[in-house]
Design a protein around this ligand. Structure first.
Ligand code: ADP
Ligand code: MG
Length: 626
């Protein structure tokens, strides 16, 4: 009978193999040690790094410490104080729970541990080599734990060889440090690299911690985010869209105090920014969510930054709505009362559909009308040619019509669903103070900007970008309407347009939306389309040019997934239809643009993400004259 060939791996070898998964580089040790100190309740942690962690990674904390027997046991595989049964897995609130880290580290480095519990007179000192205790003794020590990890991978040359340059390994260490530091502003943290103090972080709140890590100038860049529902609590900060970066900026997402990467939820955030930032830039955010640990799938490797939520779809929807709300709240647009936001104040019952917070802005606010005017009086507002409504009783409206080359359609029953139209409730979004504040002047400057004022100071509006924003939201609303009958202006001389094969597939995909907007386009022959009609709003435009530009831009932007097809279409139409620089505007035109801009849900940025408004407050003005 032949001898069985299966044998159990020696403990040390098993630990080394486990170490390969848990510890890839010095930064992984940093992460594990920091997490252990936090789990031990420390509120002061010092981390000393030498030679990018290749020579020394030392952590000193003031946490609970360990007693004599735990000081030795902690290096055993599956030694953990954090769970005792499989049931505990569903309520984990600590960072570690597998009891793998210290065993792994001790199997591939020289480790010294010094630890003392408050109630004990003496502490314990343990020295490990190759996963074995080589010395242990009682020692003098203050409360807490000190661990020194020396000569990482000394016995795994293949691993050591794969370590990168000190600057790269330091970068990884800093990344881990920052992730932990960000989400634990209640802990003071010091980091030294080769005896030089890199960070000295005092206790504070989340915002103060972000500023301490990323610089004072973040103070003005951050916009708070907060929402509480039955299934998730969201809080944190986003960077104002104009500070988005060309490279992936600071994108920090934490779940239950743990840094995670989550492509799906990241999408919820980046999508909220989509029409506010240029196509090739990335938003920055520091978002933390808290969910019941029971709603997280724990069956995922603890050192991996992935995580699975049981209710991802709802969290996605809530997150996106919350970010959008914040984006719309921060503002130099003081005329909007953003506090009218609905909140999740009604607790959710299980199985009830999630209520998404919406931005409620009264697009029907009529700056001309007295509060007593009935909202259903349709004679007050009429659809202007392109972008909204003008006041028909204003007899001096010709310049406005010129602006949009319009013919006012007086019986626009097709537009009764338009959210630009007023509804019965004539609630003003303007606070009372602002309500009384109609700008007293509009002055066009360089045929490019509109100088005006609001209650806070002077404002400069970029005429083209502002109009793009107004049109963009208008088109989006039009596109969102199902089953509406578009108003088509039939062309006297239909235009044909020849397309290449790429454009051909594009237009096929866009056709339903184009028809919905009022483009009457049909296939004429192979790769040739005929344009019979265009939306009645687009009067003095060359339909062929519009369509060609649309296709070109569309093609260019299609691959960038940040915008959905409606947004791309609306954005390009807005770009092509907006008033240009160099176009002279009458006072009424400027005033209408001003009003319509502030009725937008995101008035401060053009659809491409550039500022539409600059504000100079009166207090700033006074300061500058001092
Ligand atoms: P885990 O964190 O998954 O429990 P580790 O191997 O990281 O496993 O740590 C093993 C145990 O050692 C922990 O459960 C904890 O009881 C103890 N321990 C580790 N580091 C510290 C520390 N800094 N202070 C107090 N106890 C610690
Ligand atoms: Mg641990």
């Amino acid at each position: 009978m032949s001898k069985g060939i299966i044998q159990l791996l020696p403990e040390v070898v098993a630990n080394q193999i486990a170490a390969g998964e848990v510890i890839q580089r010095p930064a992984s040790v940093v992460k594990e040690l920091l997490e252990n100190s936090i789990d031990a309740g420390a509120d002061k942690i010092r981390l000393n790094i030498k030679d990018a962690g290749k020579t020394l990674i030392q952590i000193i904390d003031n946490g609970s410490g360990m007693n004599d027997s735990d000081a030795k046991a902690c290096f055993l595989r599956h030694a953990t104080s954090k769970i005792t049964s499989a049931d505990d897995l569903f309520s984990i609130s600590t960072k570690g729970f597998r009891g793998e880290a210290l065993a792994s580290i001790a199997s591939i480095a020289h480790v010294q541990l010094k630890t003392k519990m408050e109630e004990n007179e003496m502490g314990t000192e343990v020295e490990m080599e190759g996963g074995k205790v080589i010395a242990s003794q009682a020692c003098q020590s203050s409360k807490g734990t000190q661990i020194s990890v020396k000569n990482l991978f000394y016995n795994v040359p293949a691993r050591r060889k794969f370590l990168k340059s000190d600057s790269i390994e330091n970068r990884h260490i800093l990344d881990e440090f920052i992730r932990v530091a960000l989400i634990h502003p209640e802990i003071s943290l010091v980091l030294t690299l080769n005896d030089k103090e890199e960070y000295h972080l005092t206790k504070g709140n989340f915002k103060q911690r972000i500023i301490a890590l990323f610089g004072k100038n973040y103070n003005d860049k951050l916009v708070p985010v907060e929402e509480t529902t039955d299934i998730v609590h969201i809080q944190g900060f986003i960077l104002k869209p104009e500070y988005s970066k060309k490279t992936r900026g600071e994108q920090f997402f934490f779940a239950n105090k743990r840094f995670i990467k989550h492509a799906y939820l990241h999408h919820a955030i980046s999508d909220s920014f989509a029409d506010l930032i240029p196509d090739n830039s990335f938003p920055s955010y520091f978002i933390e969510i808290l969910v019941n640990p029971a709603n997280i799938d724990v069956n995922i490797h603890p050192t991996k930054t992935e995580i699975k939520f049981l209710d991802e779809k709802s969290i996605y929807a809530i997150l996106k709505a919350t970010i959008k709300k914040s984006l719309n709240q921060y503002s130099v647009a003081p005329t909007l009362d953003f506090n009218r936001e609905t909140s999740f104040d009604t607790p959710l019952k299980k199985g009830e559909p999630i209520k998404i917070p919406e931005i409620k802005i009264n697009r029907e606010y009529n700056p001309f009308s007295k509060p007593s005017v009935s909202g259903n009086d349709s004679s007050v507002w009429e659809k202007s040619s392109l972008s909204g409504y003008k006041k028909s009783e204003n007899k001096g409206a010709q310049p406005w019509e010129k602006l949009y080359d319009s013919e006012v359609s007086k019986t626009s029953s097709d537009y009764t669903n338009s959210i630009f139209e007023k509804d019965a409730k004539q609630e003003s979004v303007f606070s009372n103070e602002e309500n009384n504040h109609t700008p007293s002047f509009f002055k066009q400057i360089k045929l490019q900007y509109i100088l005006s004022e609001n209650s806070k100071g002077l404002i400069l509006i970029d005429q083209k970008r502002a109009h793009e924003r107004v049109l963009f939201e208008h088109f989006l609303n039009e596109l969102a309407k199902q089953d509406k009958k578009p108003q088509i202006q039939q062309l006297l001389f239909p235009e044909t347009i020849e397309l290449n094969s790429i454009e051909n597939t594009l237009i096929e995909a866009m056709l339903p939306d184009l028809l919905n907007l009022g483009f009457d386009i049909s296939l004429f022959g192979k790769n040739t389309y005929v344009i019979n009609g265009i939306p009645s709003e687009f009067q003095q435009v060359n339909p062929k040019v519009i369509l060609e530009e649309l296709l070109e831009d569309y093609q260019f932007q299609k691959d960038k997934s940040k915008l959905n097809p409606h947004e791309i279409l609306a954005k390009n139409l807005a770009k092509n239809m907006a008033i240009k620089y160099g176009q002279e505007l009458q006072k009424e035109e400027m005033q209408t643009l001003y009003e319509q801009l502030f009725l937008c849900s995101a008035p401060l940025l053009s659809p491409s993400g550039y500022p539409t408004i600059l504000q100079l407050s009166y207090s700033d003005l006074e300061k500058r004259f001092q």
